[in-house]
Design a protein around this ligand. Sequence first.
Ligand code: GDP
Ligand code: IMO
Ligand code: MG
Length: 431
Amino acid sequence: MNDQVKVLIGTQWGDEGKGRVVDVLAKDADVVVRFQGGANAGHTVIVGGKKHVFHILPSGMLYPGRTCVIGNGLVIDPDELRREIAELDPKPESIGVKLLISYAAHIVMPYHKKFDALAEAARSANGAGAIGTTGRGIGPCYVDKYNRVGIRAEDLVSPSILEKKLRVILNEKNPILEKIYGAPALDFDELYGLATQWGKFIEPYLGDSSLEIDSAISSGKRILFEGAQGTLLDIDHGTYPFVTSSSCVSGGASIGGALGPGRFGRVIGVVKAYCTRVGEGPFPTEDLGETGERLRANGAEFGATTGRPRRCGWLDLVALNYAVKVNGIDTIALTKLDVLSGIGALKVCHAYELGGKEHAYFPGLATILHDAKPVYRDMPSWDADISRCRKFDDLPKEARDYVRFIEESASVKVGMIGVGPGREDTILLDI
Ligand code: GDP
Ligand code: IMO
Ligand code: MG
């Protein structure tokens, strides 16, 4: 296995525990690269009992001497980024951590957040149904990127280009705001002033991420690409339209991280031992009863970004097999196995029932998923506290069987098991 360049992605609807797995893997990485998404992400890392939540920054910021890259595929809210940097403890400069922001990353402007809220309200009002976005302006910012009217990080430090771009944008957006939404128009001076001030803050971090990653690889350094969100929230491969607006799958690492696909090695899929989702959209194994409540309580399933309670249910192997295929996953990082201790009757979904027939494959037609009924297999459960287990053989037989069953069903080895939220609460196998 080529372990010089690894890609880590979420296999479900986000919040699989990517941040904590990145933190474990960053020990053996020199460069950690975020490649998509923005402040919609919330990646939790707990070290020595202290909790850190990363939104835009890569989760490798806590390791001395690392280079952390915010790739071209991201959409950055500079106010949020400034807050994150200010709150970092230890300070990056005190532990020799270098932060590099791609010139080509896009900037979330205040009007993107406004449009996010207005579009959600309109979708609710006209019966189409809200997506339940995080309200961070993600969708509207990516729309502007693909419409070629986005503001890139490089524009914040080029006053004349910034001015031209903003004038074009305001000409387009103000009539929409005023005439369609009945909202106040945007003020050029206010936006220009804010963007210029952001430019001063961001300038020291700006650089060419492609060059940085390429020269790191040439000098034998190890790179870890950190995905945000998850496969089922991917704009192409997720449960559209209840998805985010970026490419969360492993292929997205190539585009948003500026590295050719042939140069990637191991692909790690993070799998929560059960399943959660925040926001709207189909979720075949969702449990609206007591089991769902128990998973939420035992797993502390509340959003790291919005604080919303997460919808909970059993592990979905149909979706996992799909994620394995779409991402080319070589290794599974299984998280939150400890949450299943004492859960009582334990189930996994191995097929969907659709129109009276059993399907082992994730349906290609997104709309069908709303009607998919999970077909469960009962699994032997265990009561013992496993949070102090550090070797696979320390686990109770039923927990080992659960892990082996996932491996067999997905035809992929489990390389790491999370038995608690802390850095040390980890069983390392081969990852
Ligand atoms: P991410 O967005 O994929 O990085 O995941 P989040 O940080 O949003 O959510 C994962 C939550 O589960 C966080 O509160 C983590 O601290 C916690 N967590 C991660 N791994 C484990 C684990 O193995 N066991 C337990 N009990 N909690 C975990
Ligand atoms: P991490 O990286 C879980 C969900 C939102 C909503 C949909 C679209 O922490 O796993 P958006 O604001 O992106 O336009 O919202 O996607 N969503 C997430 N759910 N974890 C995340 O990130 C998410 N980022 C977005 O709840 O349903
Ligand atoms: Mg999260």
